[in-house]
Design a protein around this ligand. Structure first.
Ligand code: GTP
Ligand code: MG
Length: 171
């Protein structure tokens, strides 16, 4: 058959935002993990969509591992950035990490798509995706295609919408 285009995706965001839960949901059900522990360092996951073959670098968001992120900027074709919409206290930390990422020399001039998941939308005090977008000042991103989806990674809601957008935005 036709070979699918291979893309390398970097999954970033603070610890406990839901990155591994999201990636796990995107994998075929027979390869999904039943329990998810905080990521140590990073994990590499592979899955296919209708047109693409994904290699995802699921990075740990713990502060002690965030210095690993930049080593994978050069080879990435897209970024998935996950936010815990209910973690209002650390939204400013998420913004700092996002700004550092977007200003990095290996990312700044790359026109790669950035998909945001405003995750944990099921929690009562979660901010809406519009509010998350405003808090992170996403409208300031002018040089890359970006998109934000509200998601509930536990139920898998919002994830396919995000993946569909991503599929349509690889150059
Ligand atoms: P690190 O690997 O430490 O960077 O964390 P992570 O971003 O990979 O988070 P992980 O996927 O391990 O999820 C952290 C916790 O949040 C787990 O207990 C998940 O079950 C929970 N969680 C993930 N997504 C959601 C969601 O949409 N809603 C709710 N209520 N809980 C979620
Ligand atoms: Mg993880």
């Amino acid at each position: 058959g036709l070979r699918k285009k291979e893309v390398s995706v970097l999954c970033l965001g603070l610890d406990n935002s839901g990155k591994t839960t999201i990636i796990n949901q995107l994998k075929p059900s027979n390869t999904q993990a039943q329990e998810i522990a905080p990521t140590i360092g990073f994990n590499i996951e592979k899955f296919k969509s209708s047109s693409l073959s994904f290699t995802v670098f699921d990075m740990s968001g713990q502060s002690r591992y965030r210095s690993l992120w930049e080593h994978y900027y050069k080879e990435s074709n897209a970024i998935i950035f996950v936010i815990d919409s209910s973690d209002k206290l650390r939204m400013v930390v998420a913004k700092e990490e996002l700004d550092t990422l977007l200003n990095h020399e290996d990312i700044r001039n790359k026109k790669i798509p950035v998909l945001f998941f405003a995750n944990k939308m099921d929690l009562r005090d979660a901010l809406s995706s519009v509010k998350v977008s405003q808090t992170l000042c996403l409208e300031n991103i002018k040089d890359k295609p970006w998109h934000i989806c509200a998601s509930n990674a536990i139920k898998g809601e919002g994830l396919q919408e995000g993946l569909d957008w991503l599929q349509g935005n690889f150059s």
